[in-house]
Design a protein around this ligand. Structure first.
Ligand code: ATP
Length: 270
């Protein structure tokens, strides 16, 4: 198939304002934005700009969002691919996709490359490889390592990768000059959940009396993606009930529905 494996977008719409909470992670990536904006300033004294950083954390916590915000804030193109796209790929295809991706990013540098689910290609090599079916994954991983090593000090391409399984990654990926920085992106605490509600309620017509503190308290363990879902679901429930604005009960019903969905998901896993 001709499925596009990476998107290039000059995504100036996503900014740090869209990313709620995650203060520590934002502070760390802020530095990357600075590097991309003024590479010469940082290399003028002989320093080397980092080539990559790993965003580590549970699903739906905003890793992709944060990577897009880095590109948006720095006003540089955003090239992305997902590790899972490389599963079951024909021999040679994965490696050549990686080569193409890096070439395009270098041509348009400064730029961000984002690799989601890097564990799908970056699992430790030489394990569970009885059938040889992992060969292409290994080729792809090797190509990725080669590309990162091949960056000159003034390439100005920074590779961000996301995973929720940093423990299974090949140690070679974390070596100096590759993904040598790890940035933790955790589930939001109550204060952060309130901030995430604020972001996702922006486009939604709610009653003015809506208590965000209350909503944050009703959603322990929810990720940012879950909260985005709750807000959307609440708006749909209210509309279905012919309401003019979304109220507390719609949110409670939406929370119930999302909790129901999460429980089902967990049941399948365990
Ligand atoms: P995965 O590991 O499943 O790829 P992820 O960590 O990359 O997940 P995102 O894809 O960035 O998560 O998050 C999905 C959506 O959830 C975002 O597009 C956004 O709408 C919402 N979201 C997640 N975290 C936040 C946050 N901190 N602030 C605002 N919105 C968030």
């Amino acid at each position: 198939s001709k499925a596009k494996l990476f998107d290039e977008k000059t995504d100036t719409r996503t900014s740090f304002k869209d990313v709620a909470g995650l203060e520590g992670a934002k502070e760390e990536v802020e530095e990357i934005v600075e590097f991309l904006r003024n590479p010469d300033k940082y290399t003028s004294l002989g320093g080397k700009i980092p080539k990559g950083a790993l965003l580590v954390g549970p699903p739906g916590t905003g890793k992709t969002l944060l990577a897009k915000a880095v590109a948006g804030e720095a006003k540089v193109p955003f090239f992305s691919l997902s590790g899972s796209d490389f599963v079951e790929m024909f021999v040679g295809v994965g490696a050549s996709r990686v080569r193409d991706l890096f070439k395009q990013a270098k041509d348009k540098s400064p730029a961000i490359i984002f690799i989601d689910e890097i564990d799908a290609i970056g699992r430790a090599r030489g394990k569970n490889n009885f059938t040889g079916s992992n060969d292409e994954r290994e080729n792809t991983l090797n190509q990725l390592l080669t590309e990162m090593d091949g960056f000159g000090t003034n390439t100005n391409v920074i590779v961000l990768a996301a995973t929720n399984r940093a423990d299974v990654l090949d140690k070679a990926l974390m070596r100096a000059g590759r993904f040598d920085r790890q940035i933790y992106v955790d589930l939001p605490d109550i204060r952060e959940r309130k901030e995430i509600f604020e972001v996702h309620l922006r486009p939604i017509k709610t009653l003015e009396t809506l208590d965000l503190e209350f909503l944050a308290r009703q959603t322990p363990g929810f990720s940012g993606a879950d909260i985005a879902n709750v807000c959307n679901e609440a708006a749909l429930i209210a509309a279905r009930n012919e309401k003019k604005a979304v109220d507390k009960q719609d949110f409670l019903d939406a929370v119930d529905r999302i909790v129901g969905g999460l429980e089902k998901k967990n049941k399948i896993i365990t």
